[in-house]
Every structure is written in C-alpha cells, then in structure tokens.
Design a protein. Sequence first.
Length: 202
Amino acid sequence: MLIVVCRFLKIYKLIIVFLLYIKMKKEILGKLIKDLNGLRWFFISGFAVEIYSDGKRVTGDWDIVIKEDDAKKFAEKIGCKVEHRLIQKKNFVVDDYGFEGNYYGQDIEVTTGFPKCRILNCAFDKLFNRRVKVIYMGVEIFVEPMEELIVHKAFMHRPKDIDDLKLLKDKKINLYFLKELANDYGAAEKIINILKEIGYEI
C-alpha cells in the first residue's frame, strides 16, 4: 500500500511540474508576441513542427523569421544585435542577418531568412502573405506555411529533418505551392525525390 501511495505521489509531482512548465512557456510566448506586435514575422523550423504536430515534437529553441528592418527593431527592444552571419551547416551555408538570444529563459533564434538568393527574390513577402494564424498554448501566433516547412526540412534532410517530415506526412498540403517553393530553393528535383522516398504522394 505504501509503495502504491509513493508511486502516486511521484506521478502527481511530475504532473504538477509539467503543468507549471506549460504555464511558464505560455507566459513567455505571450510576452514574445507582444514584443513582436507591429512587426513582420512568423515562426519556422523546429517550433513550427511542434506547432503543426500539436506538441508531438518538442523543440528546445524557437526560430523566428523577421523582415530585416523589423529584425533590427526587435533586437534593440530585447537587448540583442542583428549581425551578418555565415554559418556552415552540414550540407549548406546560412547567409543571413540574425541573432541568437535568451528571452526570459527561452532560447530564440531570429533570422531574416535563407538561402539568401530566395530572400533577394522576395521569398519573405511570399511566405509572409501566406503565413498561418493558429492558437498554440492559448496564444494567437503566426507560423510558416506547411508547404514551406516541408520543403525546408527536405532541403536540409538531416536525420532530425527526416523524422520531422515523417511526422508531417499526413498533413494536408497544396502540391502546386510546395513545388513552387522547391523551385525557389533551386533544388526542386532533390527535394521532391526526398519527399517521395519518405512516402509523400507528389
């Protein structure tokens, strides 16, 4: 009987800790959205997967795309600085303006978008105009279109990206828009083939 009670108390404590964690994340997200108010932005990458999967995939940091001039305003507001970044990833180079920071205990990464050639061709405006409004953790936010998330993940195709693509495989997508975005990356054939290998019907 004592063992059962101890197990119950342990589970109860874990539930309380989890609920407090969710409450804290919700409060931080709410503050972040207020600081982003009036700017042109949307969430991308791992956090977008978390949002679209209803929390089945939990990410450590929150990635945000912000229009370049707005990114500078946001950086000043939270005590950060936008810098030109050249970052060698596994299979591509990030060439953007952005920064990483800690926002009330939450890691965030801000980017103006990449690959750079896409941004120069007004890709931000295309995605901004099709960003999706959702309610997550009780907060109204904006997230990149599902098609952009899928194309981006296929373009990078790291092991974690493949896992994310499998998680999103049954989501409704606009195939015409997806192919358009794949062309924007300049790697349409590679992206489409990767998606087909995972099981996407394209």
